[in-house]
Design a protein around this ligand. Structure first.
Ligand SMILES: Cc1cc2nc3c(=O)[nH]c(=O)nc-3n(C[C@H](O)[C@H](O)[C@H](O)COP(=O)(O)O)c2cc1C
Length: 386
């Protein structure tokens, strides 16, 4: 049985290492006066854009054996559907995992967009269905719907998407969507239905995932919690007579030796400005159960990077270095591969990995770590691109 491994495309600018905090790669941060802009020696514009940088990462990941990449969708990122369409022309087999909150798109429009993307790219699009974290960030998107209703809407959305994908005529009368005699036209209806990764830790999320997801997707959590969570998702899905696989999104920092890896973390930690640490202590998890679970793993007192070591090779300070998720894996190439293998034993069938900077680290992780991951039944079971 194969393990699918994806990379991540940083559509929000990024620094050149965990030590540097200015995300000067790309043009995302106007006002960052210290950044070095690309250009011709005479001062002219060389035409190298941020999209070109993302394309380099996608190609590096493709060459290094990753199946594709997750293209995140937050208020501080570019828009993943649009970025996917650009990157499709820059890669051959790279698959685009597009996260989106179903409530923000009409399901018929989403079906048409996805089928067109499948047709244009040879079926390289897949979804990460997300349902939002509530609070002010949900209102940033203009969405006042409450937590469990958002998941109800997600379920209905996927009911409709699936219904019309078959060609129709399909009618649906739900709380959020009403559709009459809809269906994708030929040749769009012949395109491959997108594989669905599904994020969310609440009961409402699990109910929706068990009905529609191919892969349940979790941030990394302590290994015993991940094991329980995967078991719960599988049990619920079994009850519906379906099968589901499980996957983990995790940041890693891998170096030739464990000492070098921790030294890099230590230097990055020493560069965290005080106001970032203060804000971190006050952060709010909105109504997201998953985010609260991550918040619960923070240390009570913070004096050094060591306060964030949860268990061998597991560090809970990643969101201080780069934003995003809390837990990540730190260690030698062998350490990181061993932890990934442990997660495979606990039920992971796929990973979405990331490390800063995403370009160089795609090569490093692809060349040094992935070959050491043995997968479910020994070496050679990672599903690389063609
Ligand atoms: C692996 C993973 C990736 C996520 N990616 C995004 C994202 O790109 N954009 C976003 O707004 N939320 C993202 N989320 C957050 C989800 O939208 C959602 O807020 C969260 O899972 C809360 O659901 P819960 O209460 O069921 O845990 C992600 C969550 C997970 C677990």
């Amino acid at each position: 049985m194969t393990i699918d491994v994806f990379w991540r495309i940083p559509t929000h600018g990024e620094p050149s290492s965990h030590r540097a905090r200015s995300p000067f790669r790309g043009d995302w941060f106007p006002g960052n006066d210290n950044r070095t802009l690309s250009g011709l020696s005479g001062g002219g514009d060389d035409g190298f854009t941020y999209i070109d940088y993302l394309a380099e990462i996608a190609r590096a990941a493709e060459i290094s054996g990753f199946q594709g990449g997750l293209i995140p969708s937050f208020p501080n990122t570019d828009e993943p559907w649009v970025i996917s369409a650009f990157l499709a022309r820059e890669t051959k087999n790279f698959r685009f995992m597009i996260p989106f909150q179903p409530g923000f798109l009409n399901p018929v429009t989403a079906a048409r967009m996805t089928a067109s993307l499948q047709r244009a790219t040879g079926g390289r699009a897949l979804y990460n269905i997300i349902t939002g974290g509530g609070g002010p960030s949900q209102l940033w998107w203009g969405d006042p719907v409450k937590h469990d209703d958002r998941y109800g809407r997600t379920t209905e959305f996927l009911d409709v998407l699936k219904g019309i994908w078959a060609g129709g005529p399909f009618s649906y009368n739900g709380q959020f969507y009403q559709v009459e005699d809809a269906g994708l036209p030929d040749p769009l209806s012949k395109e491959e239905y997108p594989e669905i990764y599904f994020s969310g830790s609440s009961d409402a999320a699990l109910a929706s995932a068990s009905k529609h997801a191919d892969y349940y997707l979790s941030w990394l959590e302590p290994f015993d919690l991940i094991k329980d969570k995967f078991a719960r998702v599988k049990e619920r899905t079994d009850q519906l007579g379906r099968k589901i696989k499980c996957s983990i999104r995790v940041d890693i920092l891998a170096r030739p030796t464990e000492e070098e890896a921790w030294r890099e973390i230590s230097r990055g930690f020493d560069n965290i400005p005080k106001d970032v640490l203060d804000r971190y202590k006050a952060q709010n998890a909105g109504d997201s159960v998953g985010a609260s679970r991550q918040r619960g793993l923070r240390p009570q007192t913070i004096n050094s990077y060591k306060d964030f070591i949860l268990s061998p090779n597991i560090w809970t300070g990643f969101n201080l270095l780069r934003g995003g998720q809390t837990l990540g894996i730190v260690g030698s190439y062998e350490n990181v591969a061993a932890r990934l293998d442990e997660l495979v034993q606990l039920g992971a069938d796929a990973f979405i990995l990331a490390s800063t900077p995403h370009l160089e680290e795609a090569y490093r992780v692809g060349e040094e770590v992935l070959p050491l991951v043995r997968g479910k039944a020994g070496a050679g079971n990672l599903r690389a691109v063609a």
